[in-house]
Design a protein around this ligand. Structure first.
Ligand SMILES: Nc1nc2c(ncn2[C@@H]2O[C@H](COP(=O)(O)OP(=O)(O)OP(=O)(O)O)[C@@H](O)[C@H]2O)c(=O)[nH]1
Length: 348
């Protein structure tokens, strides 16, 4: 397959019973989801979920034997290879959705998509969609670190069961989600059409709206945006929205002055090589010295995508770099200081 013919892959995740299968069944009836191959998996011998995925007999592939996230990364790569083969044989598949079990840690799945060479030749991660249950979601986020990870790495957060939730509970849940993932605005699943594709500006460079969302989120106090000025000083606006979250922190940093790629890349590689366990995910849109166009970068733990040159900056918005970090037990100051030091060294 040509690079531009790589099939976009959406990872659909969310805690047990959040409403993933319900959402998927609905999505697969939408016109824009025609030609979707679905990979599902369940614990145990008999996967029930595939029976619930309607109208897909030909295309659904069931991954059995345990949890997708920990035991069968090889099987995932193999299942994807099967899909690639069917595309080569002429089947009109346009995208893949992987529905994880409710207990899955999404990171190993993202790593397989990005790091397995054969997989990365044929597929490109389009985004992580996380379903959060309006009734149980808040309690689950308090108790289950997998649920926090699922929400933190989401490119789209969809709240299910709004019909069952009390308004106060909903407000608390939305605030909590905002703290866990400041760059994504949660959306309620309602009667209107739901878009789960085109979430990644690197996978879909024309998706200017995604870029705008990111840049806007990083600039707001809720977005955790510390704003960095030319002289290197920075200010924290408002309170730290992650203060109640002891371990996993998501935050966005923004930089007005163009960054030196050499210094930034060296530091990011060092950080993820030595603290890959602590850096769960990094996403960035960068304004680099000597480069007129935005550059998108992506990392999952110590695995990095090749940087992607995007066509243009969104019109009418100031150019600036935005870096989103999802980290565990790694103080924000370590990241801020590291970037400052390595960029200063590269400029001197
Ligand atoms: N009232 C209401 N019920 C919902 C909604 N979404 C899902 N449900 C119900 O919630 C239950 C769980 O939904 P599923 O779609 O099976 O959830 P899941 O995330 O796939 O579950 P697992 O695969 O077990 O992790 C089902 O009984 C659904 O009918 C919703 O928006 N409103």
């Amino acid at each position: 397959m040509q690079a531009e013919a790589r099939l976009p892959v959406t990872l659909l995740t969310g805690f047990l019973g959040a409403g993933k299968t319900t959402l998927l069944n609905r999505l697969l009836r939408q016109e824009d989801m025609q030609g979707t191959a679905v990979l599902v998996n369940e614990f145990g011998e008999i996967g029930l979920d595939h029976l619930l995925v309607e109208a897909l007999e030909e295309e659904a592939v069931l991954l059995q034997a345990g949890c997708l996230c920990c035991t069968i990364r090889g099987d995932l790569a193999q299942a994807l290879e099967g899909i690639a083969r069917r595309v080569r044989d002429g089947q009109a598949l346009r995208r893949v959705v992987i529905e994880t079990t409710g207990l899955a840690d999404p990171l190993p799945i993202l790593q397989t998509l990005m790091a397995d060479a054969a997989t990365a030749r044929n597929f490109v991660l389009d985004g992580v969609v996380t379903v959060v249950d309006a009734v149980n979601g808040l309690a689950t986020l308090e108790r289950q670190s997998e649920a926090v990870r699922q929400a933190a790495v989401a490119d789209r957060l969809l709240v299910s069961k709004a019909d069952l939730a009390a308004p106060e509970g909903m407000a608390l849940l939305l605030a909590r989600l905002r703290a866990v993932n400041p760059v994504v605005t949660p959306r309620l699943i309602d009667a209107s059409p739901i878009a789960i594709t085109g979430l990644d500006p690197a996978a879909a460079p024309q998706r200017e709206a995604v870029l705008r969302d990111w840049m806007a989120a990083a600039g707001t106090p809720e977005g955790g945006g510390a704003h960095h000025h030319h002289h290197g000083a920075h200010h924290h606006h408002g309170h730290d929205p992650n203060r109640h979250d002891a371990r996993i922190h998501a935050f966005a940093l923004s930089f007005d002055a163009p960054l030196p790629w050499e210094g930034l890349a060296t530091w990011l590689e060092m950080l993820t090589a030595t603290r890959g366990d602590a850096v769960l995910r990094v996403k960035g849109i960068l304004d680099l010295e000597g480069q007129d166009r935005p550059v998108a970068i992506h990392g999952v733990q110590s695995v990095w995508h090749a940087p992607t040159l995007l066509p243009a900056w969104p019109a009418g918005m100031p150019r600036r770099s935005t870096l989103v970090f999802i980290s565990r037990d790694l103080p924000r100051a370590v990241i801020e200081d590291g970037i400052a030091a390595f960029c200063a060294a590269a400029r001197s």
